[in-house]
Design a protein around this ligand. Structure first.
Ligand code: NAD
Length: 387
């Protein structure tokens, strides 16, 4: 049966990077007969401008009726003065909570070709491959009560609530254990159990459910130490599982170990494997519309979609190999550019990846080709021997 993808480009660089990811999906439809259809919807600032709200009913209905969602990014200077309740980011939070996307998978992988782009020494980061599993629909970002109130003495006080039920902790814990079983079988749970009762419970639940995963080695770390260890010796980690806010911060930190925030995809899954796939970066309004944004994180988000929602492992591999090939051929967008490399724009990078996917396919098939790359690639001609 044809699967449906809701395509939500959003704001800033969102439309530019999503266009490149759509190019890859179109190519897979033609070359691998990927049976999907796509429908576009509005979210974030673009939706506010068109409808007055960041998550229109039509978009929510489209997302609910789809098997997977491909999202660019939301937000920008234009909407910063709006009340927090109707800002673009509310569209994203609304999608996550309405679709119960509680498990956020954020891989931090260092491509060997980019070892010099990391802010850490190559020997500390080369071969890095961490998966951060972040709880996404609970914790302090959603906890009630919240707000800013005025005290009796007239001083204002801001407050939020960090809150987790046992069932919420167990749900994300099991998701993380299952991912660890498919990887290096080591899970580190990050908390602040020495100070926060809520994460004392978090640790207790993790220990309880670990009995069901005897093949996975569970360890615990306080979040401040985890931040330190991520920049001191990041390769000690395999899978990390943590709360919504800790995961938000630690995954951005892990992202920088890899050289650029423009390289990292993410998946947000519900209990049935339905997912929203998006780059971990934001809408980058500072570079929007200039054809310089890196589309790789969004294209790799499609690979995650194929792997985690559609069970199309070969196609997921082919996208990742395509990215590897263009990096081998020294194609670099500005954010990962170093001297001697070939600097390309957003669209040229997307075209090069599509060409590489097709070229790798021909090579695997022993040189047979459908010849349809001429239809897939809008511009430039990807070549392995360019420098
Ligand atoms: P950001 O991730 O948008 O940008 C941080 C820096 O990284 C900027 O210098 C930007 O130019 C660069 N950058 C980001 N993505 C890039 C890419 N693909 N290629 C090259 N460079 C890239 O974070 P920010 O500046 O803190 O936020 C900008 C807006 O995005 C805000 O409105 C924020 O609320 C929103 N935001 C949205 C999401 C999301 O939609 N998931 C996530 C984070 C921030």
């Amino acid at each position: 049966m044809t699967k449906k993808i809701a395509v939500l480009p959003g704001d800033g660089i969102g439309p530019e990077i999503v266009a490149e990811a759509v190019k890859v999906i179109e190519c897979l439809r033609r070359e691998y007969e990927l049976d999907v259809e796509m429908e576009e919807g509005l979210v974030g600032g673009a939706a506010i401008d068109a409808t007055g709200g960041p998550l229109p009913q039509e978009t929510l209905a489209l997302a609910k009726a789809s098997d997977a969602i491909l999202l660019g990014a939301v937000g920008g200077y234009k909407w910063e003065s709006l009340d927090i309740s109707i800002r673009p980011e509310k569209g994203l939070l609304g999608l996550r909570s309405e679709l119960a996307l509680f498990s956020n998978l954020r891989p931090a992988i260092l491509y060997p070709q980019l070892a010099s782009a990391s802010s850490l020494k190559a020997e500390i980061v080369s071969g890095l491959d961490i998966m951060i599993v972040r709880e996404l629909t609970g914790g302090i970002y959603f906890g009630q009560p919240r707000g800013i109130r005025t005290l009796e003495n007239g001083e204002r006080q801001g407050y939020n609530t960090l809150i987790y039920k046992e069932s919420e902790i167990e749900r994300i814990g099991r998701s993380a254990f299952e991912i660890a079983q498919k990887r290096g079988k080591r899970l580190c749970s990050i908390d602040k159990a020495n100070v926060l009762e809520c994460t004392e419970l978090w640790r207790e639940v993790m220990i309880n459910i670990s009995k069901d995963y005897p093949d996975v080695e569970l360890s615990h770390m306080y979040v401040d130490n985890a931040a330190m260890q991520l920049v001191r010796a990041p390769k000690q980690f395999d899978v990390m599982v943590t709360t919504n806010m800790f995961g938000d911060i630690l995954s951005d930190c892990a992202a920088m170990l890899t050289g650029s925030i423009g390289m990292l995809p993410s998946a947000s899954l519900d209990a049935n494997g339905k997912g929203m796939y998006e780059p971990i970066h934001g809408s980058a309004p500072d570079i929007a519309g200039k054809d310089i944004a890196n589309p790789i994180a969004t294209i790799l988000s499609v690979a995650m979609m194929l792997r985690y929602t559609f069970d199309e492992f070969e196609m997921a591999d082919s996208i990742e190999q395509g990215v590897n090939s263009v990096l081998d051929a020294n194609y670099r967008t500005a954010d990962i550019y170093t001297d001697g490399m070939r600097k390309v724009g957003t669209a040229e990078m997307g075209d090069a990846i599509v060409s590489a996917i097709i070229r790798n396919m021909w090579n695997k098939a022993g040189g047979e080709s459908s010849g349809s790359d001429r239809n897939c690639v809008r511009g430039g001609n990807f070549s392995n021997d360019q420098d």
